[in-house]
Design a binder for this molecule. Structure first.
Ligand code: FE2
Ligand code: FE2
Length: 336
């Protein structure tokens, strides 16, 4: 993948450092952080996304050893601090409401997911989206789905016992269950190909919205910070538990639009698989994790709330980009 185009001083300076031209500007840590909301800052989110990408496939012509460059790690920590702080604020009340429910972790987590699941984007895709809008959705989603499940794999060595066994089982499915043609990331690639879109890894990074970048950054931050392993698995549970029914609606939208079978195949796979993964992630991963490490229960709820709040923000941003009407209004109208 080529380095993305910068969108402001932070991403420009990260790009300079990765391209071996660190002397062309100040240290990333010396730059002022955005004054607006962190989740809305394309510049900050892109800079952070580039720093995280060093831990995945990296960039063409960029020294792979920069993955562990102390200055870049320090810069990443600074940007992650901004992101985590904003997420904690965004979800604090959600987590408090789930805590007040009492009962076991699986019950509180299920209640929180049901409470925050909006599903409006899938309904829009099912009933109203045009082919061009569906293609926009695929391009934004390609940033994650072409590395689907990779952020959660970072968690495996950080946990043990039954939770580790269940997470490995879930990841095994995501990685094709022994069949290369069922690797979910590649199935998404074929879904893009079938629509004559670019299935190259990171091909659409220059089009990724702040919300799309932030969604991906949240997963990477949770996966790459051992301290946040509870949040990573709560996020996974919310992601899996809000996938099956929306994927069914998206398949119906694909049929309405007459899009190719390979595009439907990716979402169809998730209708059944994620109905199973939901229970696996809530009970066998998250509940087992907190049996072992009860102090992580609040972070499991934090991770789940973060997943669902980010999905809501990204859905509103995408639908909003298709209309002059304020996004929240449109999504409510679709659900009515
Ligand atoms: Fe999947
Ligand atoms: Fe899944």
């Amino acid at each position: 993948m080529q380095l993305p185009d910068p969108r402001g001083p932070l991403s420009q300076q990260v790009g300079h450092v990765l391209a071996g031209r660190a002397c062309e500007g100040p240290a990333v840590t010396a730059l002022p952080l955005p004054t607006g909301e962190v989740l809305d800052s394309e510049d900050l989110q892109l800079a952070l996304w580039m720093l995280f990408e060093l831990h995945y496939r990296g960039f063409d012509g960029v020294d792979p050893d920069l993955e562990w460059d102390p200055v870049l790690i320090h810069s990443r920590g600074m940007l992650e601090g901004c992101l985590e702080g904003e997420l904690r604020g965004l979800t604090a009340e959600d987590v408090r409401r789930a805590q007040r429910r009492g009962g076991d972790l699986a019950g509180r987590l299920t209640w929180l997911i049901d409470d925050l699941d909006r599903g409006s984007l899938a309904t829009f895709l099912q009933r109203s989206a045009t082919v061009d809008q569906f293609a926009d959705f695929m391009r934004q989603r390609s940033i994650y789905h072409l590395k689907e499940s990779d952020p959660q794999s970072f968690v495996l060595p950080r946990i043990g016992g039954p939770a580790k066994v269940a997470l490995a089982e879930l990841q095994y499915d995501e990685y094709g269950a022994g069949r290369p043609e069922r690797l979910h990331a590649d199935m998404f690639g074929r879904a893009l190909d079938a629509m004559a879109l670019d299935s190259g890894y990171g091909a659409y990074i220059d089009e990724a919205s702040a919300a799309t970048l932030a969604m991906n950054n949240v997963m990477s931050m949770f996966g790459l910070r051992r301290r946040l392993r509870g949040a990573a698995l709560g996020h996974l549970a919310a992601f899996e538990a809000t996938s099956s029914a929306p994927c069914r609606r998206i398949v119906s939208g694909i049929e309405r639009l007459g899009l190719p079978a390979a595009t439907a195949a990716y979402f169809d796979e998730h209708v059944e698989a994620d109905a199973v993964h939901e229970q696996l992630a809530i009970r066998n991963v998250c509940a087992a994790l907190t049996d072992d490490e009860p102090e992580l229960a609040d972070d499991v709820l934090f991770g789940a709330a973060s997943c669902l709040r980010m999905a809501e923000i990204a859905g509103e941003a995408l639908v909003g980009s298709w209309s002059e009407t304020p996004p929240r209004q449109r999504l409510v109208a679709v659900d009515a």
